[in-house]
Design a protein around this ligand. Structure first.
Ligand code: MG
Length: 182
């Protein structure tokens, strides 16, 4: 069970995700979280860096699909602006939306990576599907009260997983914002 909470890789942000590494692993489809991964929570603006990153990923041949627990209006706005399909009310970590995303992407779970900022929705959901999971740090600290509670739980779980040798120290440092520490 705990295994399902272990991300395959960790990066400080979406912009740091090593797309070459994903290609080498045979990944062709990316399921992208919206809030605090592609854009700041509750902010309607598409960050220019996100736009550039999406273009770069597309140019490298990746197929993308936004899969978010947010409401349809918000997901649609980002999906249209970025020119990628979007699934709203995903209820991650429930598998249904991930299955739908695979249909849209036309990829198998083995060829698909989930990129998101939350352990209990993005990483857990992706791992349950047998996908490659990429945990990124949230773009902003502006979050729902319930999400903040989850953050505290996330930290405790990750600490536990590091102690048990299930999460790499290196990944833990990235998550704690101390990637540069020796
Ligand atoms: Mg998120």
């Amino acid at each position: 069970m705990l295994r399902l909470l272990v991300p395959d890789s960790c990066y400080p942000s979406l912009y740091d995700v090593d797309l070459d590494e994903l290609s080498r692993r045979g990944i062709r489809g990316l399921i992208l979280d919206l809030d605090n991964t592609l854009a700041e929570y509750a902010n309607a603006a598409v960050p220019p860096r996100t736009r550039a990153w999406v273009q770069e990923a597309k140019a490298r041949g990746f197929r993308l699909c936004i899969t978010s627990n947010a409401r349809p209006q918000r997901v649609k706005a980002f999906a249209e602006s970025l020119g990628v399909p979007g699934i709203a009310y995903a209820v991650k970590p429930v598998r249904r939306a991930f299955r739908r995303a695979l249909e849209i992407l036309g990829t198998t779970p083995q060829e698909t990576a989930v990129v998101g900022d939350q352990l209990f929705t993005d990483v857990l959901g992706g791992n349950r599907m047998g996908m490659y999971t990429v945990l990124v740090n949230p773009l902003s600290t502006n979050e729902l009260g319930t999400t903040r509670l989850m953050r505290r739980l996330e930290r405790r779980v990750l600490r536990h997983l590091v102690r048990r040798g299930m999460v790499r120290e290196e990944h833990w440092r990235v998550r704690e914002g101390r990637a540069g520490d020796a």
